[in-house]
Design a protein around this ligand. Sequence first.
Ligand SMILES: [Zn+2]
Length: 356
Amino acid sequence: MLTSAPSAQAAAPAAAVSAPITTGSITTTATPVLPALPQANALAPATVVAQARASLPALPPIPPVGAAAPAAGVPQSATALPGGTAQNGTAQNGTAPLAAAPVFAPAAPVPPPSAYRSMEVDGPYIAITFDDGPNPETTPKLLKILEARNIKATFFMLGTNAAAYPDVVRAVAAGGNEIGNHSWNHPQLPKLTLAAADKQIEDTSAAIEAAIGKKPLYVRPPYGAMTPALQQHLVQKYGVTMIFWSVDPLDWKIRDAQSIYDQVMKQVRPGAIILAHDIHATTVAAMPRVLDALIAKGYKFVTVSELIAMNKPGAPKVVAALAPAVPKKKTRPAPKPGTTPANAARPANNVNVGLY
Ligand SMILES: [Zn+2]
């Protein structure tokens, strides 16, 4: 008897448990209340629990997943109880039939995010991306650096450059790299009319398709400038996904290999999307050291498609638009011929913008 003052004799467990358990003023038979902390020589808690559980009636078996819903009026659990079913649907032993297990309709599939900045991945996978190209001088040099390390990157190209250098576009694709759409001539898309924004996307996709035979699946808005409404429109109209970034070495602004190296190493994380520009010679010159250091850290490079495929469901850092601080009015250095047009519009205050 597990009373409040159990003695050393309390070792005779069998008898003690079958009798009703008393804990001071409460006596109960059906559902035993587990006793307070056991005395040194009391029954081991696990034994008490096991014995108490043994006194409970057996739970009806859980119907297998997808088991057919029980026939109307025939309680699921009833058929599982020993002795079968009485005519009126109640269990032979007269107890009220247990309610049938609810059958839930499969949840509607969650549409994949329409924009990413980085992914949640189960390993050291990252994607490196290069914008504003292709450039007939710097891009082929970069392709050799990537090829030597068996790295597949993603290139967000301007339509003007893709149309001007289709051979370089094909060389990028031939190296197993992915190609995305970065607009025709680098405007702030939200500042354009819808028709003009559509044309920027359509003409660029057409130029890339003309070079490699397929349209890009991904769009990176210039400057990261995008609004939820325009994003939704472009995603629905062209079936594309917006790709932003989570690592930014500001390589267009700080044309310094050491600074690029420092920024990448500081910001990189598994699942990161690294932004760089294949049109800048300083960026291309910085890449061997940056890539080797990332490889040495154990990072594995994949294309944007592959990184999305690794994304854990429901965690992607999905953003409608990036909202970096609006930069002070600084004239962006005039891009070399065949690169980003100098007349690329500066960001306005009401549109979330990056500087890329
Ligand atoms: Zn750009």
